[in-house]
Write a protein that binds this ligand. Structure first.
Ligand code: NOJ
Ligand code: CA
Length: 588
């Protein structure tokens, strides 16, 4: 597969805002590309696909756990934090991945799973066997299973309690997730020191950031709920101070599936910062709700209710990832409605969520997939794509747990979708062969060959986004429309004066989306932009001018969107290039 002209390898460019500007791509090593034909994706396979990711326009790859693990939770059950899973390659292969990504000006984010380990970790083995030994207090042990009765259970489909009896130590151990994932005891200074050293180990290796898995659950207390205890925040503040001090420019990303007013605490304050980034969990289900209900209501509300976050902090926004589409951030009515629409077969449900990929969720409607991505790529926050969604890959609900949407990447119509040369029976997870999403036609090679494919469209969107720093750096203000199906907001960014530009280098972009299933016209109120002109960001075409009353009426096809450049009335040059008035390299 060729990606056009030979790739230039630009090298890692300095940019203190990389984590705010970039487009992220989550890639599971074991499911992406198998270099040695053993049926398991590996680092060398991923390295061989970096040109593809560069071509697509990805800035940051997020690589979920690849450490030694019994793989009973997709690697989030770590057995040794400093060893990589031999199936994926060696630590030198991982080093090469980082070097090769950096050579292409791509950053690498990895997962640091510190709330719990696998029960196979030697710390746990030592802890259960020798309560008085150096690892005796590394986990949360109790003679009864009665402590913390008010704590919620997260994996409700598999676990009945957060306590499990260990027949060797003859005590119960606490676990927020699976019973094979004992929680580390953060009250122990030795545990805290180990965690710092693990983070240092990977930052020394050159990774650019760490996703802090399950971060709310580090500390437990009798009074609290074991979520976001004050000690947890204090610990993260200290971790951040260490990172800023020893590894300036690297970032921490919080995984906290909570309401925005709770998650913002994980950014900390200007004086006592915690994480640079945090996932935005509540916006995602509301995008899916709006798509089916044809109502912008709750999505608009959550976008209006933006909370102040410290300077330099950023949300991570997403549509799908390696987990279920979680419905924890919606109320029960809403959740049941979404199950009805999106998980009509009970097999599609898991815990409090839906284990399906983007394209099948949206019934493979290209218009809806594009609309959802256009929202994602224009929200305030760094967009995170999930591997395979750029080609509209399907899922396999006959597989267990969240493996439904972790199947091999579909590269070509060849054996095993070009993922591996192994005997098909040897693959850990089979490639998708369903009627609609069969790898024979849903694959990178076929979409590369069609200029109108989803893949080329995604690439075009990423290129466009890159030309406009407003998307990564600007503010977002929801504006009124007179239609319940039409959502509109303005992204606004004022760049600093630079050598190349002087004067007002403000960029304002109107993003408008229709969730209606039929053509619609809506009037949008833009009082601050009365009399301004509108140009389509894609092609530079001029749209109706905003009236002196600050209103403009736009017509939308079904499930259609616009990204429109708002230009002063005097703006005359309608050439597309003139629309990118602030280049990324000018912005600061
Ligand atoms: C969050 C991860 O995203 C998920 O995949 C995992 O199962 C849990 N943490 C528990 O480790
Ligand atoms: Ca392999």
């Amino acid at each position: 597969m060729s990606f056009g002209a030979p790739m230039m390898l630009p090298g890692l460019q300095r940019d203190e805002h990389w984590y705010q500007r970039g487009v992220y791509y989550e890639v599971l090593v074991g499911s992406y590309a198998d270099s040695n034909g053993d049926g398991i994706g590996d680092f060398q396979g991923l390295i061989s696909k970096l040109d593809y990711l560069q071509w697509l326009g990805v800035d940051v790859i997020w690589v979920p756990p690849f450490f030694e693990s019994p793989l009973r939770d997709g690697g989030y059950d770590v057995a040794d934090y400093r060893k990589v899973l031999p199936d994926y390659g060696t630590i030198d292969d991982f080093r090469e991945l980082v070097t090769q990504a950096h050579a292409r000006n791509m950053r690498v984010l990895i997962d640091i799973v510190i709330n719990h380990t696998s029960d196979q970790h030697e710390w746990f083995q030592a802890s259960r066997e020798d309560p008085e030994g150096p690892y005796g207090d590394f986990y949360v042990w109790s003679d009864t299973d009665e402590k913390y009765q008010d704590y919620r259970i997260i994996f409700v489909d598999t676990e009945e309690s957060n306590w499990t009896f260990d027949p060797i130590r003859r005590q119960f151990f606490f676990h927020r997730f699976f019973s094979h994932q004992p929680d580390l005891n953060f009250e122990s200074p030795a545990v805290q020191r180990e965690v710092f050293d693990i983070v240092r180990f990977w930052l020394d290796l050159g990774v650019d950031g760490c996703r802090l898995d399950a971060i709310p659950y580090l500390f437990e207390s009798e009074e609290g709920t074991g979520e976001s205890e004050p000690e947890t925040h204090e610990f993260i503040q200290r971790l951040r101070a260490m990172v800023d001090d020893e590894y300036p420019g690297r970032v921490l990303l919080a995984e906290a599936n909570q309401w925005p007013h709770e998650v913002v605490d994980y950014f900390g304050t200007d004086e006592e910062p915690e994480c640079h980034m945090a996932f935005d969990f509540p916006t995602m289900p509301r995008i899916f709700y709006a798509l089916r209900s044809q109502l912008k209501g709750e999505l608009e509300e959550i976008l209006r209710d933006q909370l102040d976050i410290p300077k330099g902090a950023a949300w991570g926004v997403f549509l799908r990832n390696h987990d279920e589409l979680t419905l924890e951030m919606v109320d029960e009515d809403y959740r049941q409605t979404m199950y009805g629409w999106y998980a009509y077969d009970p097999r599609m449900r898991i815990n409090v969520g839906i284990r399906r990929r983007l394209a099948p969720l949206l019934e493979n409607s290209l218009d809806e997939i594009k609309l959802a991505n256009a929202i994602l790529l224009s929200l305030k926050g760094s967009p995170i794509l999930y591997y395979g969604d750029e080609i509209g890959m399907g899922d396999n609900i006959w597989l267990d747990d969240r493996d439904a949407s972790r199947t091999p990447m579909q590269w070509s119509p060849d054996r095993n979708a070009g993922f591996s040369t192994a005997d098909p029976g040897k693959l850990k997870l089979p490639v998708v062969q369903s009627l609609v999403y069969n790898y024979g036609h849903v694959n990178v090679e076929a979409q590369m060959a069609q200029s109108g494919s989803l893949l080329h469209w995604m690439r075009g969107m990423l290129q466009l986004r890159r030309q406009h720093p407003v998307f990564g750096m600007g503010s977002l203000e929801v504006v009124e429309t007179n239609h319940e199906s039409v959502l509109a907001y303005v992204r606004d960014y004022r760049g600093q004066p630079s050598k190349r530009h002087s004067g007002d280098r403000r960029e304002r972009i109107l993003c408008a989306f229709s969730f209606a299933d039929t053509p619609t016209s809506a009037t949008i109120s833009l009082p601050l932009d009365a009399g301004s002109r509108l140009f389509d960001l894609h092609g530079g075409q001029e749209f109706p001018r905003i009236g002196e009353d600050g209103e403009v009426t736009l017509t939308f096809g079904a499930k259609q969107f616009y990204w429109l450049y708002i230009a002063d009335p005097e703006f005359v040059d309608t050439a597309t290039s003139a629309i990118s008035i602030i280049r990324p390299d000018d912005a600061s």
